[in-house]
Design a binder for this molecule. Structure first.
Ligand code: GLR
Ligand code: MG
Length: 427
């Protein structure tokens, strides 16, 4: 007989983040995350992680206690979190804006699923510990022993504007030479052999030049460019023509399924997305119109690991490839990504990860990449352990700070006071 859930803890934290540039602006020095702990009657602890912005945190804090006394089951979580979201005042959520402009359209359902994902992962982890099995075994078993990740390259400043803000040793990358230097360090330190450049920051010609410089520095290695929908259909087609035979795919060159379909119809370069296929109701139109050839799944978006497997099955049915998207995240989410990626057949594109950019973590032994891959652990649950000192320190930072959301445009205004997030298409 499995133990029931005896306690749930929801802890907001602030983690440091480097000054990475994107279409919307720049990453803040500190960004919020939510850490979830599900504790069973036998004392087992399962952990999960998701966004920490206020809309997400409020729902997570309201929902956590509803699990107490219940069983370690995941199938009813999305519906239960959605019902809780209604009660928490989801009517305040503006469904019309593009969340951070980087994630596609925003909706209450998507926010609820992102919250649900943290509880789902925590329950899988707890179940794994209760049964002495790794999460991948609970999900049906692994089909690979290691998961390959791609280097996630960013244009960036050397430092945040204020002297007492977090620093790292990567230096600036504001031109093709800087991007290549960053890629070389990613290859040397982590063994990554495919590279994605976050675009939408400079004029397309400069970003094409950076991809060409990468192709020269890393001949034959897979390259991707992701401007988060910054380009018109015409610009996307110009870039596609220049990168055919150079890049392995273009990621969200333009905004919206119909624009993506127009681009896809006139280039041989595959199009990937983490913006126009981010929920079940967006799949049909995108697949029917052949708008995307690679869906970048994200267990935070889709509601967890089971939902990621479901998405993989739908993609298989339509001959669409699957890979993984990543946003600023810590080791709990990386462990979850690795466990589910291990179970998905035919994953032929390396998954994204922001992990090398994070200097902090809440697990006792942060992951080590070898040859750009993470080994799939067979230890029970997710195979990672919560570092309570670190969690307490990062929670204290949250308590002492006024930062409650990630706002890349506001962070950019500290340096360029006239900055506003650009209208689509930017170019
Ligand atoms: O692939 C993507 O679109 C992303 O990773 C979105 C992220 O939010 C990224 O652009 C970032 O953190 O600046
Ligand atoms: Mg993307």
């Amino acid at each position: 007989m499995l133990s029931c859930i005896a306690e749930v803890r929801v802890t907001p934290i602030l983690i440091s983040d480097p000054p990475l540039l994107n279409l919307q602006g720049v990453h803040q020095p500190y960004t919020p995350r939510t850490i979830v702990e599900v504790i069973t009657g036998s004392g087992v602890v399962g952990i999960g992680e998701t966004y920490g912005d206020t809309d997400y945190l409020n729902i997570a804090q309201a929902f956590g206690p509803e699990l107490i006394g219940g069983e370690l089951t995941v199938n009813d979580l999305p519906a239960r979190v959605a019902a809780c979201t209604e009660r928490v005042g989801a009517q305040r959520i503006d469904n019309t804006v593009q969340a951070e402009g980087l994630r596609g359209s925003r909706s209450m359902t998507k926010i609820a699923l992102s919250v649900s994902s943290a509880f789902e992962v925590a329950i899988w982890d707890a179940l794994g510990h209760e049964l002495g099995l790794p999460v991948h075994a609970l999900l049906g078993g692994k089909v690979r022993d290691a998961v390959e990740y791609s280097a996630y390259l960013f244009y960036r400043w050397a430092e945040h504007p204020e002297p007492d803000e977090p620093k790292d040793t990567w230096g600036a990358a504001l031109d093709p030479e800087g991007v290549v230097a960053q890629a070389k360090r990613m290859a040397d330190d982590y063994g990554f052999s495919s590279f994605k450049l976050k675009g939408g920051v400079f004029e397309p010609a400069q970003e094409v030049a950076a991809i060409r410089a990468l192709a020269e520095a890393f001949p034959g290695q897979p390259l991707r460019l992701d401007p988060n929908g910054a380009w018109s259909v015409a610009t996307s087609l110009e870039v596609a023509a220049q990168l055919e035979g150079v890049a392995e795919y273009l990621e969200d060159p333009t905004t919206g399924t119909s624009n993506m379909a127009q681009v896809a119809a006139r280039t041989s370069l595959p199009l990937a997305t983490n913006m126009c296929v981010t929920s079940v109701d967006e799949i049909a139109e995108a697949f029917r119109t052949d708008a995307v050839q690679v869906v970048l799944s994200d267990h935070h978006y889709w509601g967890g690991l089971r939902a990621t497997q479901d998405l993989a099955a739908v993609c298989r049915a339509f001959g669409v490839e699957l890979s993984m998207h990543s946003n600023t995240h810590l080791g709990i989410s990386l462990a979850a990504m690795t466990q589910v990626a291990a179970t998905i057949p035919g994953l032929r594109y390396a998954c994204d990860t922001h992990r090398p950019w994070q200097t902090e973590d809440v697990i006792t032994e942060p992951h080590t990449f070898s040859g750009g891959k993470l080994a799939v652990t067979d230890t029970p649950g997710l195979g990672v352990e919560l570092d309570r000192d670190s969690l307490a320190k990062l929670h204290k930072r949250w308590q002492e700070s006024e930062v409650r959301t990630r706002d890349d445009a506001a962070a950019m205004r500290r340096v360029h006071p006239d900055w506003t997030a650009p209208a689509f298409p930017r170019w």
